[in-house]
Design a protein around this ligand. Structure first.
Ligand SMILES: *[C@@H]1O[C@H](CO)[C@@H](O)[C@H](O)[C@H]1NC(C)=O
Ligand SMILES: *[C@@H]1O[C@H](CO)[C@@H](O)[C@H](O)[C@H]1NC(C)=O
Ligand SMILES: *[C@@H]1O[C@H](CO)[C@@H](O)[C@H](O)[C@H]1NC(C)=O
Ligand SMILES: *[C@@H]1O[C@H](CO)[C@@H](O)[C@H](O)[C@H]1NC(C)=O
Ligand SMILES: *[C@@H]1O[C@H](CO)[C@@H](O)[C@H](O)[C@H]1NC(C)=O
Ligand SMILES: *[C@@H]1O[C@H](CO)[C@@H](O)[C@H](O)[C@H]1NC(C)=O
Length: 486
């Protein structure tokens, strides 16, 4: 009897053990899903990658067809004639930076040397091959070229009257880029995409594009990397050790401590060996492996949804304080880009109004998340009522400021100017729409998807009147004589 009881309880124990193991395995292998439409996914990590988000995670229909155009919205093109498109585009998918690669090496080495138990997760991470090299430092990857080529084809089919071959051939499509490799390569990939669009086959640009089109671009860092040219930004923010104190405080705060404890325990590492920066790089490695190789890497298995939200907030906090509403100089440093865009729109309006040809129907500008985010803030977009700070993670759950939605790889902000036939002369002939990542972006002043050009200019009149790059970015002159006397 005793032995039967023992056998029975052993059997029950075995069943329970089996269930536990299979549940653990299920959680371990399935809580991350690259394909968020798959039925077994309880959540998808991929929406929490912030600035490392794939463009496809913002527009999932592109996973099925990368050339599909989103026609599910009311573009004015049906009733009005597009006159001009000005686009500010973030480069496509890129490699990690040298700094990120260094931190990744550090945590990988630590796991290999110090993890005290070989669980499946730990073994997978130990076996993971460190294939990133310093030379890759932030360069555009092949997938990033595809991002740009496909974007070019989609924009050209959204606005065929602007992207005619004739206009392309005669250099009416203008390309401006940041000097960074990834941006220049993005520009040339975009041009390749257009060539492919016009000719239906791949044609490299190098071999005499003169018969094909106009592949000229200009590098302009003052426009596309204004932050590097703004002394006030550099001194007050970039080189200021205390400017990111909200970010630093969040790294030490209770939400992050909980994540660190949990991950240290999953890795069988002492918690003192890891910190927020190392965990963030592990999280980004999951995003890089997905974006670059389309792989579900073992790094992803470290994170559950709650952890992902905390790491997303850390990324958003940094964007907020360094590029967004956190400090005025962040957005004010983009005044030059703002003025350039509206000067070009003004010119198109005045050319159209005097029945002239539009000299620049398409202006494509290639830059960074750091180019777009300040400009969007200057324009009052994605502004939450409360600032993002180290203490309001929970209250910011439904915040507007989510970098992953706003500036994924290949993010693009489009200003599309239209000429509309109107019955009466009192109606505005010139209308404008904004699109972010190919979706209509309501204007912050009206919440509408369209604005008359005149009305928009009135809304932004204070920027036109007072926001000048030179004035905004100049450091106050220190009167050395009087300072000395003090
Ligand atoms: C994602 O999963 C759905 C449903 O399981 C499937 O129909 C679809 O083809 C998958 N997409 C990709 C890109 O794997
Ligand atoms: C703006 O466009 C989006 C996408 O088509 C639509 O969902 C929304 O209702 C529109 N908003 C207004 C105010 O028309
Ligand atoms: C980017 O451009 C550089 C120089 O033109 C080239 O060496 C590199 O291979 C390019 N990278 C990609 C991904 O095209
Ligand atoms: C650095 O940032 C802090 C916090 O915003 C600010 O109080 C301080 O004046 C800044 N220092 C410089 C040199 O700009
Ligand atoms: C267009 O030209 C007319 C006549 O010169 C002028 O009255 C009007 O203000 C102009 N409209 C715009 C939007 O520039
Ligand atoms: C600097 O301060 C001194 C003493 O207050 C004053 O005489 C001088 O004009 C100031 N110089 C400038 C350039 O403002």
């Amino acid at each position: 009897m005793n032995s039967i009881f023992l056998r029975r309880s052993q059997a029950v124990f075995n069943i329970v053990l089996f269930l536990l193991i299979s549940m653990a395995h299920f959680c371990y292998s399935n809580h991350f899903c690259a394909n968020s439409s798959a039925a077994f996914c309880s959540f998808s990590l991929t929406t929490y990658f912030g600035t490392k988000t794939r463009y496809e995670d913002v527009n999932p229909y592109l996973l099925e067809d990368p050339l599909r155009v989103n026609r599910d919205q009311e573009l004015l093109s049906d009733s009005c004639t597009p006159l001009q498109m000005i686009a500010v585009i973030r480069h496509g998918t890129r490699y990690p930076t040298k700094k990120q690669i260094k931190k990744l090496k550090q945590i990988h080495k630590m796991i290999k040397e110090k993890a005290r138990m070989d669980t499946e997760l730990v073994m997978d991470l130990k076996a993971w091959e460190m294939w990133y090299t310093d030379l890759m430092d932030g360069q555009l990857v092949t997938k990033g070229e595809e991002d740009m080529k496909n974007l070019a084809v989609r924009l050209a089919s959204m606005y065929p009257s602007l992207y005619t071959h004739e206009k392309f051939k005669t250099c009416q499509l203008k390309f401006i880029t940041s000097s960074k490799h990834r941006c220049v390569n993005s520009t040339t990939a975009f041009i390749d995409g257009l060539v492919q669009n016009y000719f239906g086959h791949q044609k490299t640009q190098v071999d005499g594009l003169t018969d094909v089109g106009c592949a000229q671009y200009v590098i302009n860092d003052e426009l596309m990397r204004f932050f590097d040219h703004c002394p006030k930004f550099l001194t007050y923010i970039e080189e200021n050790d205390t400017a990111m104190h909200q970010v630093d405080a969040f790294k030490e705060g209770p939400e992050m401590r909980r994540v660190l404890k949990k991950i240290a325990s999953a890795l069988h590492l002492p918690v003192k060996n890891i910190n927020a920066d190392l965990i963030q790089v592990a999280f980004f490695t999951c995003s890089f492996e997905l974006a670059i190789k389309n792989e579900n890497s073992p790094w992803c298995s470290l994170f559950e949804e709650e952890d992902s939200k905390v790491l997303e907030y850390l990324n958003d906090l940094k964007q907020y304080w360094k590029r967004g509403y956190g400090y005025d100089i962040n957005s004010r440093s983009s005044c030059g880009l703002f003025h350039y865009i509206f000067k070009s729109l003004d010119q198109a309006v005045s050319e159209s109004n005097s029945s002239q040809l539009i000299s620049s129907p398409v202006i494509l500008q290639f830059g960074h998340a750091e180019t777009l985010q300040p400009l969007l803030a200057l324009m009052g977009l994605f502004k939450d009522e409360e600032p993002l700070d180290a203490n309001n993670f929970a209250r910011q759950t439904h915040r507007k400021f989510r970098s992953g939605r706003i500036v994924p790889y290949a993010a693009n902000l489009l200003f599309v100017l239209y000429h509309c036939e109107t019955a009466s002369t009192s109606e505005e002939k010139y209308q404008i729409q904004l699109l972010l990542n190919e979706k209509l972006l309501p204007f912050p002043h009206s919440e509408k998807n369209v604005s008359s050009y005149q009305e928009l200019k009135e809304q932004y009149s204070s920027i036109f009147q007072s926001c000048y790059f030179k004035d905004e970015c100049e450091l106050p002159v220190i009167n050395k004589t009087s300072a000395h006397e003090l």
